[in-house]
Design a protein around this ligand. Sequence first.
Ligand SMILES: O=C(O)CCC(=O)C(=O)O
Length: 264
Amino acid sequence: MKWNVALLQMDIAFGQPEKNVEAIRNFVNQLQSSDERPDVVLLPELWDTGYDLKRLDEIADKNGERAKQLLSDAAEKLQAHVIGGSVAENRGGRMYNTTFVFDRSGKLAGSYSKAHLFRLMEEEKFLAAGDRPGVYILDGQPVSSVICYDIRFPEWVRVHALQGARALFVCAQWPHPRLHHWRQLLISRAIENQMYVIACNRVGEGDGNTFCGHSMVINPWGEIIAEGMQQEEIIRAEIDLTLVDEVRSRIPVIADRRPDLYRL
Ligand SMILES: O=C(O)CCC(=O)C(=O)O
């Protein structure tokens, strides 16, 4: 199974969901009018509100309805799977950082809420943590997603791999001065789980941070097959999921695990 993936590496207007919705619509129109149609589109983290966490009561998306409408329409229009980055979701008065995934027909394939809250940006003061892995079936293929800080937890990404995921989609708002962490962590998650890692970061400034871009597509051998710069752009790559089987059969890391040794 080969997929063309497109990563929307964009700037995000702080606390202005309407403006950001408009920006996504423009990207979707751009993809629709291009010769090369994507099979999978990935967006960055909190593309609706940015990190305006103090105003979530006012601006968070009630049950994700605004995002679901936009992402489902985009999936149907492009006939592509949309891994919808993440949005600030107001679920029954509690706020979550949530990814919604839509398949090519525009149908909701699943959702995931960020499990590890990032204290450096005080997320734990404003957000509730998710507690379930994000695994979805797209074109019959199990794939998964996590959000930003989640990539620092190899045991969490491993849970997704053990549930059969063959590709990990990551959405982020990853700032300087930790670009080297971003690149190394993503490469490591790809090598150790022998899966594709497709990661979309934002660019621009917000709340005292400069976001570093460098969205990446990494194959299951740990090779970078596409990488963005620090500017708004669509990053594209072709991924071939049969390479996952090839790498996993060459070095059977998952089969060779010794979980009996790993209990603390
Ligand atoms: O782990 C990091 O260094 C960045 C994480 C982050 O910015 C986030 O989770 O939003």
